[in-house]
Design a protein around this ligand. Structure first.
Ligand SMILES: [Fe+2]
Ligand SMILES: [Fe+2]
Length: 409
């Protein structure tokens, strides 16, 4: 048993499942622990320093949901994964949405997928360990956002097999969700995507928008809906203005990156969705940390400061960090992760620099233009390098503002 290795606890009442996991993973660089019931799992957790728990759902006495709920309460720093068969699906979706576990491993499993999910979860556990306790507690206490929205999970699965995925199969996933379908149709018909003819089917909308836009719209719509559907006490943060800020930022990021002659077309789409989602960490704060977030907003108001500064003071972390954890946890593509993490400091970002800079400048300019609001009580400054990268001059700002307003309407 190595002290330096990360430790995983597997809990399943079927001995053959535990044995096959033991066989599959014996040569991986992890300490493995096995328990055939939830109560034995809890005993092991008292004795060992576990980083990741993988639990079956259907077990006698204490089922996997009850077990992982206890793990979450007693050891919030431990990452939790469900191991489940197809028959458990509806219970699992509910349990995931309640934050009992952060991820799902199908049973029977594909060996590569199993190892990939475990590696990813251990990476997250390692990152969480390195972070300050404040952030760790915040991330683990998030109940209704830790599980990625179901439609998003399903389209991600489709995108993993991009060579074989068809528009029809994507439409089949999306069509049962009327609000996401309506959102995709709205954008497919918007002037931003230059359609002359009316788009009235989801399939056609999917063809027009393309994968990156679909992914971004599904995730941003799902997150926004999940936060706004729960009524909470007032925090002084307007979700309506925030949504307008995010939309304007997405549109402007797309317009800005289109100015760079060498830019890849797919980065133009990506800048749009990264702009839509850049402040997702604020939604987490508003939705999950209501009392503390009210203090953040009050502090920013009193000091006439950026929300970011007040977050550092009250939460000891920022919406960039919280948003990044969520984006990584949901296995979002790296351009999202980087835009969410570095949109206030693009010079520190090593990857996806063009997209991150577009979001950075767009974020500053839409605040100068007064389009929406994102909780700041002063207007942030844009990095000079980023302004120069897009060859922006003061003279053209009024016409840029007009373009954003046009595409917003
Ligand atoms: Fe921000
Ligand atoms: Fe922003």
């Amino acid at each position: 048993m190595s002290e330096n290795r990360q430790s995983i606890l597997f809990v399943d009442d079927e001995e053959n499942v535990l044995n096959s996991l033991r066989r599959l993973l014996y040569d991986e660089p992890w300490n493995l622990f096995f328990a055939d019931s939830g109560s034995k799992g809890l005993e092991l957790l008292k004795q060992e320093n576990i980083d990741l728990v993988v639990s079956d759902v259907r077990m006698p006495h204490m089922d996997g949901i009850a077990f992982l709920k206890q793990v979450k309460t007693l050891y919030p720093h431990i990452v939790r994964v469900f191991l489940s068969g197809y028959a458990d699906r509806s219970a699992i979706v509910t349990a995931l949405s309640e934050g009992c576990a952060q991820q799902l491993l199908p049973k029977p499993w594909n060996v590569d997928e199993l190892k990939a999910v475990i590696r990813n979860a251990l990476l997250q556990a390692g990152e969480l360990k390195k972070k300050n306790i404040g952030l760790q507690k915040i991330i683990n206490s998030i109940d209704f956002l830790t599980a990625a929205p179901q439609t998003y999970l399903e389209i991600r699965k489709c995108f993993l097999h991009i060579d074989t995925v068809s528009i029809e199969s994507l439409a089949e996933i999306i069509e049962p969700d009327p609000s996401i379908s309506a959102e995709l149709l709205r954008w497919a018909n918007s002037a931003l995507f230059g359609q002359m003819q009316k788009v009235d089917t989801v399939e056609r909308a999917l063809m027009i928008l393309g994968i990156d836009i679909i992914e971004g719209l599904v995730i941003s719509h799902s997150v926004f809906t999940s936060v706004t559907s729960v009524s909470r006490p007032e925090t002084g943060f307007s979700l309506k203005d925030f949504q307008a800020h995010s939309l304007a930022c997405g549109i402007l990021a797309k317009l800005l990156i289109s100015r760079v002659a060498h830019e890849e077309p797919k980065n133009i789409d990506r800048a749009f969705t990264a702009g839509l989602l850049h402040d997702v960490g604020k939604l987490v704060e508003e939705g999950c940390l209501t009392d503390n977030f009210r203090k953040v907003v009050d502090t920013a108001r009193q000091k006439k400061s950026l929300l970011l500064e007040a977050e550092n003071e009250i939460l000891e972390t920022t919406h960039e960090e919280i948003g990044r954890c969520l984006a990584e946890w949901w296995s979002m593509p790296s351009f999202f992760v980087n835009a969410i993490r570095w949109h206030h400091n693009p010079h520190l970002c090593k990857m996806n620099r063009d997209i991150v800079q577009a979001v950075h400048v767009a974020n500053v300019l839409v605040q100068r233009f007064g389009l929406g609001a994102s909780g700041n009580f002063c207007i942030p400054e844009a990095c000079q390098d980023s302004l120069e990268f897009f060859e922006l001059t003061e003279d053209e700002l009024p016409s840029i503002k007009e373009s954003v307003i046009y595409y917003l309407s």
